[in-house]
Design a protein around this ligand. Sequence first.
Ligand SMILES: [Zn+2]
Length: 110
Amino acid sequence: MNVKELINQLKSLKVNQADFVAHDETGIFEKDIIALELAIKIIEENKDNMRVCSDCGKLMITGYCIENGLEYYCSDECLHKHYTNEEYMNLYDDGNGDSYHTEWENYSYE
Ligand SMILES: [Zn+2]
């Protein structure tokens, strides 16, 4: 199984850090253990290419980088909780700014 497939599985389980923290106090479900194992494997293989959303805590390989890594957002929804489209466009500055949407993936296929 390659990393892309793992990430698709992880997405289908809707994994995010908040879930892990919450369930750690109340008991971990089997689904979460599977997701956690996948997450650990993905993180180990992609630790240089993964970011955590500053709003919802989801792991991300594509998303918004704000001010050269000050904040990261996984989606338009998370971004727009903190910046209006106009504010983001000002930061983006037509590609000249330090804020942009990008893809950090650098898969190592086996
Ligand atoms: Zn998010």
